[in-house]
Design a protein around this ligand. Structure first.
Ligand code: AMP
Length: 184
């Protein structure tokens, strides 16, 4: 089962992906986590990605492809995967689709978690990661709206998209996602 968790920074994708991966017994691939780990380990990909991650810009697609390949080589995706923060551009979506075609798999659902912008900014400021400062947050939201949100139409046209309300407790939101995955 391949599930994409979609939504702006700060909607809770990472938290929900962790819980879902456990409940469903499948892997969790967060490209953001993979980049942060590569940066702290100073790997070649990490060194290339650092300036983009620090400034809230999208890492170029070819570097993203490399981190995804590295993750695929080191984790067990045989039972499926929750994708969190990937794909973020049309090029990445096409690359993912080619990759899945190649192994005879398909995305089951793209779950779009929606939260209003003021709540997002408040949540991210509380989280306090190095890229969670006000000007970088604003830039990440702009990048999301310009480059990533257009993928919503792409996945809706494929009949894959379901949107859920990301406001509420972690458990409430998780239940909504599970209901959406079961199609209720
Ligand atoms: P995240 O943890 O998903 O909020 O990602 C943190 C940062 O990592 C982003 O602001 C980007 O700089 C970079 N990043 C993560 N995933 C991607 C992706 N799929 N494409 C481009 N950049 C990414």
């Amino acid at each position: 089962m391949i599930i994409v968790l979609f939504g702006a920074p700060g909607v809770g994708k990472g938290t929900q992906a962790d819980i879902l991966a456990q409940k469903l017994g499948i892997a969790h691939l967060s490209t953001g986590d993979a980049f942060r780990s590569a940066i702290s380990n100073r790997t070649p990909v990490g060194l290339q990605a650092k300036e983009y991650v620090d400034s809230g810009k999208l890492v170029p697609d070819e570097i993203v492809a490399r981190i995804v390949e590295e993750a695929m080589a080191t984790s067990d995706f045989s039972k499926g995967c929750i994708l969190d923060g990937f794909p973020r551009t049309r090029t990445q979506a096409d690359a993912l689709s080619a990759l899945l075609d190649h192994v005879g798999r398909d995305i089951e659902r793209v779950v779009n978690i929606t939260v209003d912008d003021s709540t997002i900014v408040r949540r991210l400021l509380q989280r306090g990661r190095t890229d969670d400062v006000e000007d970088v947050i604003q830039h990440r939201l702009d990048v999301y709206n310009q480059e990533t949100a257009p993928l919503l139409d792409y996945y809706a046209a494929k009949g894959k998209l379901v949107s859920i309300d990301g406001l509420g407790t972690v458990e409430e939101v998780n239940q909504r996602i599970l209901d959406a995955l079961r199609g209720t």
